[in-house]
Design a protein around this ligand. Structure first.
Ligand code: NAD
Ligand code: DAU
Length: 370
């Protein structure tokens, strides 16, 4: 067994929703990397703008015939989910699928309510119906630290912090958390939850802060900083998040929630400066014709703030550390370096995204922030 595998995976057929997205695709790759996991993964994904089968091309090529299946489907389609559960004798569900971008939830909350609330409800119903009281199964619901609201200068979210969501995105996630928990208490469905902070790393859709900064900097475009840039987020390298989910699947107690964080609070402006510095060291602006003699940091542009912008998030992840022995393996410096290197080496993945509706969204977002 590899060093971090302190248990044998009890599940043979794991259905991952949203497996074509950022964290889901990293999680599928992570799972196939565990020697303790010998089973099949069924990736159930609607392929919205954020879903991309290219993110799993290597996995599909290597495991496609016997250990990996992809189903294009909507989590709101309970019947289709149920058929997939039956067909593959699924014994664990890891539910990532969601509309995930706060800015988009501000411009158009409907899809967030549909997918995050109705879709999660539909997943839970399909699981309850198919498993019919079994206890040797698991429904793991992926959630966010944003359900807890906004912090002042001190303190950190623990699992007992009252929910106080403040954007349509976080409200929809909070709602699905409550529904998931209710299925444990009411029907005994073996549900676990995790509430994680800001992830970053490979395959991150470039509407989110870090990949957007990398992309814009390389193209000599403005690096938009919302408001005064002093909002604080806790950053976690995506592979560490995957490791936490793996530990919860293996050893987490049904009915419990686990906070997951990087113990890595940063002001947004410091993240922006770190990305500029990281790029200068591997792809100096002096040699980049798009920069026209400017440094990457010259592109930093303060723009109108996000409405209802939560000021500070910080995560107390002591429960998962104490109970399951999980802690992050990456720090921000090496995680960011790996991320920048990955984007520089994977320009084809990015180019394909740029051909989609991506630029339309950016234009809309940017104009609204002027
Ligand atoms: P993402 O936007 O990159 O990917 C979402 C995936 O879900 C996409 O592949 C998309 O096609 C799929 N999807 C969307 N609607 C669907 C539907 N109706 N039916 C089936 N598939 C659908 O998101 P992400 O950043 O990978 O986030 C994954 C999960 O983790 C979400 O639940 C999110 O709330 C949570 N989360 C994310 C972060 C973060 O920093 N990214 C932090 C904490 C929690
Ligand atoms: O905290 C966990 C959450 O982290 C997840 O639940 C969400 O799915 C995920 O998208 C992320 O939400 P954020 O809103 O924190 O991520 P985003 O990358 O959009 O923004 C990070 C911070 O940077 C936030 O304070 C807003 C700011 N920002 C963002 C963008 C896109 C900017 O200043 N400029 C930008 O261009």
């Amino acid at each position: 067994m590899k060093k971090n595998e302190s248990f044998n995976c009890a599940y043979a057929n794991i259905l991952v929703t949203g497996g074509a997205g950022f964290i889901g695709s990293n999680f599928i790759r992570y799972l196939f990397g565990r020697s303790a996991f010998k089973g099949r993964i069924i990736n159930y994904d609607k392929l919205t703008y954020a879903g991309n089968t290219a993110s799993l091309k290597d996995v599909a090529g290597k495991y496609g015939t016997d250990r990996y299946s992809f189903i294009k489907g909507d989590i709101c389609d309970c019947g289709k989910v149920l058929r997939a559960l039956k067909k593959y004798a699924v014994d664990a569900i890891v539910h990532f699928a969601a509309e995930s971008h706060v800015d988009r939830s501000i411009f158009g909350p409907k899809d967030f309510i549909e997918t995050n609330v109705h879709g999660s409800f539909s997943m839970l119903e399909a699981a309850r119906n198919y498993w019919n009281g079994r206890k040797d199964v698991r429904f793991h619901h992926i959630s966010t630290d944003e359900v807890y609201g906004s912090l002042g200068r001190t303190g950190a979210f623990s699992e007992t912090t009252p929910y106080d969501p403040r954007s349509p995105y976080s409200a929809s996630k909070a709602s699905s958390d409550h529904i998931a928990r209710s299925y444990y208490h009411t029907y005994g469905l073996p549900v676990t939850l995790s509430n994680c902070s800001n992830n970053y790393g490979p395959y991150h859709y470039p509407e989110k802060l870090i990949p957007l900064l990398i992309l814009n900097a390389l193209a000599g475009k403005p690096l938009p900083v919302y408001g005064d840039g002093l909002n604080v987020r806790d950053w976690l390298y995506v592979e560490d998040h995957c490791g936490a989910i793996w530990e919860i699947l293996g050893k987490g107690r049904p009915g419990e929630s686990y906070n997951v964080g990087g113990n890595c609070e940063k002001k947004n402006i410091d993240v922006v400066r770190a990305v500029c510095g990281g790029l200068e060291s591997v792809r100096p602006s002096a040699g980049n014709s798009a920069l026209k003699g400017r440094k990457y940091s010259d592109l930093i542009t303060f723009v109108k703030d996000r409405p209802g912008h939560d000021r500070r998030y910080a995560v107390d992840a002591s429960k998962i550390r104490r109970e399951l022995g999980w802690k992050p393996a990456h720090n921000f410096e090496n995680g960011l370096k790996s991320t920048i290197d990955w984007y520089l080496e994977n320009s084809a993945w990015l180019a394909a995204i740029k051909e989609t509706s991506y630029s339309g969204w950016l234009k809309k977002n940017y104009l609204l922030r002027k």
